[in-house]
Design a protein around this ligand. Structure first.
Ligand code: GLU
Length: 311
């Protein structure tokens, strides 16, 4: 049973301060459906291991996961395929390039994506999800996400998935490149169908914070004593969150904020403060690197006020 999330006046003050920065950002519109979001929204939920939750802002709004889903699909394939299989196909190094860049693929031999958090790497990870059909593979991922969030009502937004599928020419280009180099072996549009549905999985900040909490607790669900993923899988995912979770701003984020986090172009950020709690943020105004501009500000305030940096 989920406890209701308590409104926090302390968090509300921080949200109000961070909200001033939404005007410096822009809602992503390269996926046309995402362009409908309200630039000035900002909300946060913090989920503790004992089930307690505090929040500020409208935490009932649903957000599509977009790139946040990349950490979760990585956890799933690490469990399904094992570390060796996965890391033979995708690397462990940050790129310093934008998330959808093709540049490094062309200059690397073999053309293995540098890490699972950039689009090329995430497409390879989604390609590795086991199952007999696209529907079956999507269902496996969705069931895993429902288990992490303890919310069986989680689904995906068909309009966002469709909108991305119709306009994903850059991701198609990445897939064709990877197919030419035998890293991807399935039909490109089938893979994009699965990937765009994965990115369109939607939930509220509370669910996002709960998933962050499971990563923070090394893969254990302390509320029912169940291990959802092995400790090593959670550790690897959190390490990627630190080294490449915030696109090509991950270095600055580690210095200024210092917690494992993953952002998505919908304006979501999932944070996992090791051993302490999970954070779910929604703020659709993005900076030029694709991170929620007010979301980052909010995390900066939280990290400074409560000394959250792990470094
Ligand atoms: N679905 C988005 C894409 O592949 C995810 C990007 C992101 O959130 O960074 O372009």
């Amino acid at each position: 049973m989920k406890m209701p999330c308590q409104k926090s006046s302390e968090l509300k003050l921080l949200v109000e301060e961070a909200k001033r920065y939404t005007k410096d950002g822009k809602v992503a519109d390269y996926i046309p459906e995402l362009g409908k979001a309200n630039r000035d929204d900002l909300s946060i939920a913090i989920h503790y291991p004992d089930g307690k939750c505090i929040s500020a802002g409208d935490i009932d709004k649903k957000i599509t996961l977009q790139s946040i889903s990349k950490v979760i699909s990585l956890a799933l394939v690490l469990m399904e395929r094992g570390f060796q299989y996965v890391f033979e196909r995708v690397g462990m190094e940050p790129t310093g390039d934008p998330f959808n860049s093709i540049a490094k693929l062309e200059t690397m031999a073999p053309a293995k994506p540098l890490n699972p958090m950039i689009n090329a790497g995430a497409l390879v990870v989604t390609h590795m999800i086991k199952g007999d059909s696209i529907a079956d593979r999507f269902h496996r991922l969705l069931s895993f996400i429902r288990e992490l969030a303890d919310d069986s009502s989680i689904g995906y937004c068909e309009q966002v998935a469709q909108s991305e599928f119709e306009t994903a020419d850059l991701n198609r280009a990445l897939c064709y490149f990877l197919k030419q180099h035998h890293i991807i072996t399935e039909d490109v549009d089938a893979l994009l169908d699965l990937y765009t549905k994965q990115c369109a999985i939607e939930m509220n900040c509370l669910d996002l914070g709960r998933i962050g909490m499971i990563f923070a607790m090394d893969g254990m669900d302390p509320l029912n004593g169940k291990r959802i993923m092995p400790e090593d899988v959670a550790r690897i995912c959190k390490t990627f969150m630190v080294t490449c979770g915030m696109y090509n701003a991950s270095g600055e984020f580690a210095i200024k904020i210092g917690i494992p986090a993953k952002s998505g172009v919908s304006g979501g950020i999932m944070g996992a403060v090791p051993g302490k709690f999970g954070i779910g943020i929604f703020g659709p105004a993005l900076d030029e690197k694709g991170n929620s501009v007010a979301g980052i500000k909010l995390l900066e305030l939280l990290s400074r006020n409560y000394r959250l940096s792990m470094f």
